[in-house]
Design a protein around this ligand. Structure first.
Ligand SMILES: [Zn+2]
Length: 341
């Protein structure tokens, strides 16, 4: 759904009371929120979809608390799905392994006593990941015009709103069609942007990961070795991406790693085959980015748990719609409330 349409739907649903009607069928028992990086409030980020300013995170947590949601860990969420505890709950997850999860997110989560899971890609910690999305953000930030001549695409981005739009457009295009990635990498390299240096600046180090893993509010989960689109990989490679990442994280943290997040998480990036492999590798649960709430049915489908994006630009209206299940209702065309693989 385009952002403007989404906003119009949210505000309309909120103020018409439609959202509360939808909630009766689509709100579910609780929800898992997905975030990535948590940043300071005053810096401009073209990659705003991946960045939640600390002030907005605090505001969202307060809003959710005022709604009467319990903040629980993933383990507790699974327990509640199975034991029928009727209290509504929210889980929080942060993907990829940004250092700011320790330096910026943790202090906010501590103030709310909110448990959270950090899904860490091995390549972030080892600095071996292809951080193209960080390169894309740097490209959009530095130039007023982005050209991908080898696939005849040009994006004008001379001001801040258009820089955000250009980032979102190009990122979405790559997520839909990963054959664009070599063209984007070429443009990034031609602009002398060093993705490795960007990853080094932004990613958790081994010692930071260890510190985070020791915190009582924090659970560390898997997010593959290289953050590739698993649906496009042969089965043995998928198995390696999951098992090697799990082994790596368990080695650093000295703790079992039971939870997993599929990179990208949408329909083109993970399905039933990836869920089967994930189960076989030994992960107890896995989360997607299919929008939806958690229902009792998910207790029997623990490797296809839906999540809701918690964004830096969320408002009371968009959060209301997320909590009430409006996005799932629209996505399923008012069909099955339970998001599955
Ligand atoms: Zn990710």
């Amino acid at each position: 759904m385009p952002p403007l349409v989404r906003t119009a739907v949210s505000v309309g649903a909120h103020f018409s009371g439609l959202s509360r009607l939808v909630a009766a069928r689509y709100a579910g028992r609780g929800m898992i929120f997905a975030l990535h990086s948590v940043v300071d409030d005053n810096t401009f980020y073209p990659d705003y979809t991946l960045r939640c300013p600390t002030g907005r995170l605090e505001w969202a947590l307060q809003w959710l608390r005022d709604e009467g949601l319990d903040f629980v860990s993933l383990d507790e969420a699974i327990r509640r799905l199975a034991d029928g505890n009727p209290r509504p709950f929210a889980c929080f997850t942060l993907d990829d392994g940004y250092a700011d999860n320790l330096t910026r997110a943790l202090p906010v989560m501590e103030r709310f006593a909110a448990p959270f899971t950090v899904f860490v890609t091995t390549g972030m910690v080892t600095r071996e990941i292809d951080g193209w999305w960080l390169g894309l953000a740097a490209l959009v930030r530095s130039y007023d015009r982005i050209a991908l001549p080898s696939c005849s695409l040009t994006f004008e981005c001379p001001d801040l709103p258009r820089k955000r739009r250009a980032f979102k457009t190009i990122e979405s295009m790559v997520h839909r069609d990963f054959t664009l990635l070599p063209h984007l990498r070429e443009a990034i390299a031609n602009s002398r942007i060093d993705c490795r240096a960007l990853v080094d600046r932004e990613a958790l180090s081994e010692s930071q990961l260890r510190r985070l893993s020791c915190h009582p509010l924090v659970t560390i989960g898997g997010h593959t070795t290289t953050h590739r689109n698993l649906a496009e990989a042969p089965a043995p490679a998928v198995q390696w991406e999951m098992a090697e990442n799990r082994r790596f994280l368990q080695g650093i943290t000295g703790q079992p790693v039971d939870h997993f997040a599929y990179p990208f998480g949408h329909e083109q990036a993970c399905g039933e085959r990836e869920a089967q492999i994930c189960r076989a590798v030994g992960f107890r649960t896995a989360v997607t980015t299919r929008a939806g709430a958690l229902f009792a049915e998910h207790a029997h489908d623990l490797h296809a748990l839906p999540r809701l994006h918690l964004a830096g630009n969320d408002t009371a209206s968009t959060l209301r719609c997320k909590v009430d299940g409006v996005y799932r209702a629209i996505h399923s065309r008012f069909g099955d409330p339970v998001a599955r693989m």
